[in-house]
Write a protein that binds this ligand. Structure first.
Ligand code: NDP
Length: 450
């Protein structure tokens, strides 16, 4: 494959930046994808003639709205609501809702753009979208979260539907929030449909959906390790975050014989050289999902150390799994990982590595699974939840887990197909970007100028 044409890349990015000023995370995501795609598109001019890339960086629809709600003191609060309906070429818009004070248009557009390619990689018929709000659920009572979710859905409901746009969870949106959002949608529409995924098991949810992103990122890492004749057995694993993705990555890594030695939250990280086993993890799940406490509390219970204000990438590990947020590994930290002997990075979070960190991985030829491939298990299982809702039946845990596992194996194969270089190195970034792009681009060509 030819090298990237720097002039074309710079010209393309200059237009994207001019049209979407200040959206730095969106620029970052587009730059990475377009760097991978330009050489491929030069060999397949039907895509450039139809301006497929130019169309893909423009959302089909962007919805911005006001979310007023009353706090427990009876005071009026106002937040911003967003939904980016990015691309529906291969199915209804699909992608999570993020509730976090840092949320803005640029972050959601980066996530929606990544989601389009990720959903395509799963092989399931799902377009891409993303949404959320700058509301911070931390420190809010259950009643405040409920009132917020009801207000948020009172506007969002008119834009979504099981055949139009199917949101799910993301940072700050777990089972509790999906429940409140679903309840309000049902009340406004007077219909019980699979309009959201990540629902409770008793009311249309799928087994293994809570586990799916963390399990999937671990299955993906396992496939990468296999290409070098390795496995998780005996491997030391550093994980960041302590939310949904981090918890289930920890569970699966431990089941596969690895030892997880770190977890984190926005206050710092814990290090436990003895490993975070099933008993310790059950306690963390209670702490994080029910008590909604801080990860630092782990040390008083189980020992180890808490390092305040730091990220865990200076810890010696064989495999790193960033599972917290975007840009949480920078160039220096990537160098540290490689220097300490890390051989694989599998991203549970979306875009957790800066572009400079990605260059370090690629230049060092370690195994690097970018988020859009490695964390696609979550949305894939959401797709399975949609199928079960349409069929009005529920598959067993074993059946869903087997399908998830197979999807991750297939995504890995797609990356190998499109990302293997002439020297045998698998560039998973190129593999995921090109593999995800082709299906969406062909569907857009077939559907005319839409
Ligand atoms: P959760 O809200 O359950 O957990 C997020 C974790 O990351 C928490 O430990 C949180 O700490 C930490 N975190 C969040 N923001 C920051 C920040 N700015 N700096 C440091 N730490 C931070 O979210 P999920 O586990 O669902 O999501 C984690 C990542 O995985 C995100 O990038 C998300 O987009 C991605 N992802 C999630 C999927 C899913 O199915 N849930 C699917 C695919 C990707 P604290 O509590 O202190 O904020």
């Amino acid at each position: 494959m030819a090298n990237v044409n720097e002039k074309k890349l710079n010209d393309f990015m200059a237009k994207v930046i001019a049209k979407n000023p200040s959206e730095i995370e969106f620029h970052q995501a587009v730059h990475e994808v377009v760097s991978s795609l330009l050489p491929y598109i030069e060999e397949h001019p039907q895509y450039s003639e139809a301006k497929i890339l130019e169309r893909m960086v423009e959302p089909e629809r962007t919805i911005l709205f006001r979310v007023p709600w009353l706090d427990d003191k009876g005071e009026v609060q106002i937040n911003k609501g967003f939904r980016i309906e990015m691309n529906s070429a291969i199915g209804p818009y699909k992608g999570g809702l993020r509730f976090h004070p840092t949320v803005n248009l640029g972050i959601l557009k980066f996530l929606a753009f990544e989601q389009v390619l990720k959903n395509s990689l799963t092989t399931l018929p799902m377009g891409g979208g993303k949404g959320g709000t700058d509301f911070d659920p931390k420190g809010k009572s259950d009643n405040e979260v409920m009132r917020f979710c009801q207000s948020f859905m009172s506007e969002l409901f008119r834009h979504i539907g099981p055949n139009t746009d199917v949101p799910a969870g993301d940072i700050g949106v777990g089972g509790r929030e999906i429940g409140f959002l679903f309840g309000q949608y049902k009340r406004l529409r007077n219909e019980f449909t699979g309009v959201l995924t990540g629902k409770g098991i008793e009311w249309g949810g799928s087994l293994v959906r809570p586990e799916a992103t963390g399990y999937g990122a671990t299955y993906f890492a396992e496939e990468m390790l296999k290409t070098r004749g390795q496995s998780f057995k005996g491997k030391i694993v550093a994980i960041s975050g302590s939310g949904n993705v981090a918890q289930y990555a920890t569970e699966k890594v431990t089941q596969l014989g690895g030892k997880v030695v770190t977890l984190s939250d926005s206050s710092g990280y814990i290090y436990d050289a003895n490993g975070i086993d099933a008993v310790k993890l059950a306690w963390i799940m209670q702490l994080k999902n029910v008590k909604r406490g801080r990860i630092a509390e782990y040390v008083a219970k189980f020992g180890g150390s808490f390092v305040e204000g730091e990220r865990p990438w200076g810890v010696k590990c064989d495999v790193a799994m960033p599972c917290a947020t975007q840009n949480e590994i920078n160039e220096e930290e990537a160098k540290l990982l490689v220097k300490n002997g890390c051989i694989a990075v599998s991203e549970g979070a979306n875009m957790p590595s800066t572009p400079e960190a990605v260059d370090v991985y690629i230049n060092s030829k370690i195994l690097y699974g970018p988020g859009k491939a490695a964390n696609a298990g979550g949305v894939a299982t959401s797709g399975l939840e949609m199928s079960q809702n349409s069929l009005r039946l529920s598959w067993t845990r074993e059946e869903v887990d087997a399908r998830l596992h197979q999807i991750m194996v297939d995504i890995h194969s797609t990356c190998v197909k499109y990302g293997t270089q002439s020297d045998g190195f698998i560039n998973y970034v190129n593999g995921a970007n090109i593999g995800g792009f082709v299906k969406v681009a062909d569907a857009m060509l077939a559907q005319g100028l839409v």
